[in-house]
Ligand binder design. Structure first.
Ligand code: HEC
Length: 147
C-alpha cells in the first residue's frame, strides 16, 4: 500500500524538479541579468532562514540543527561579496559575526543550552549592528561611520 503510494510521489517530485531546473536555467540564460541588488540579497535571505533554524534548534534543544545552521551561515559569510570594498568597520562587523558563529558551533557541539542561547542573542545583535552600520554608511557614502 505504502510503496504503491510512494512511486507516484517520487515520479511527481522528479518531474517537478526537472521543470524547476529547466525554468531556473532559462532564467539564468535570459538576456538581461537580474539587478545586482537581488543577487546580493539572496544569500542574505538564506541567512534569515538559517538564523530562524538556529532559534528552532534552541527551543527544541536540537544541537545538530543549531550547529549545521551556524555552519551554513559561516559559509554564507565567507562567500560575501567584496567585503574589502566596504571598508574597515564593515570588516570588523564581518569578523565579529564569524567569531560569534564559531562560538555558537562550539557550544552547540558541547550541548551547552545556556551558552548557545546567549550566543544566539549575540548573533542577532551582530546582524542588527552590521545593518545599522550599512544604513548609516549609505547616507554618508563611504567608510566614515565610527562607533
Ligand atoms: C557584516 C555585515 C552583515 C551582517 C553581520 C549581516 N548582514 Fe545581512 N546584509 C548585509 C549586506 C551588505 C546586505 C545587502 C544590503 C544591500 O546591499 O543593500 C544584507 C542584506 C540582508 C537581508 C536582505 C535585505 C534586503 O535587501 O531585502 C537580510 C534579510 C539580511 N541581510 C539578514 C541578515 C541576518 C538575519 C543576519 C544575521 C544572522 C545578517 N543579515 C547579518 C550585511 C550583513
Amino acid at each position: 500500500m505504502l510503496s504503491r503510494l510512494r512511486l507516484p510521489i517520487f515520479v511527481g517530485a522528479l518531474v517537478m524538479g526537472t521543470i524547476g531546473a529547466a525554468w531556473y536555467c532559462s532564467l539564468a540564460a535570459a538576456d538581461d541579468p537580474p539587478p545586482k541588488r537581488d543577487r546580493a540579497a539572496d544569500p542574505m535571505k538564506s541567512k534569515l532562514d538559517d538564523s530562524q533554524q538556529i532559534l528552532e534548534g534552541l527551543v527544541n534543544e536540537d544541537y545538530e540543527q543549531i550547529s549545521s545552521a551556524a555552519e551554513r551561515l559561516l559559509k554564507t559569510c565567507k562567500k560575501e561579496v567584496e567585503p574589502a570594498r566596504r571598508g574597515k568597520v564593515y570588516r570588523q562587523h564581518t569578523t565579529e559575526f564569524r567569531r560569534t558563529l564559531e562560538k555558537l558551533v562550539k557550544v552547540a557541539d558541547q550541548k551547552n543550552a545556556d551558552a548557545a542561547a546567549l550566543s544566539y542573542l549575540h548573533l542577532t545583535m551582530t546582524c542588527i549592528d552590521c545593518h545599522k552600520f550599512i544604513r548609516a554608511n549609505e547616507a554618508s557614502d563611504g567608510d566614515t561611520h565610527r562607533r
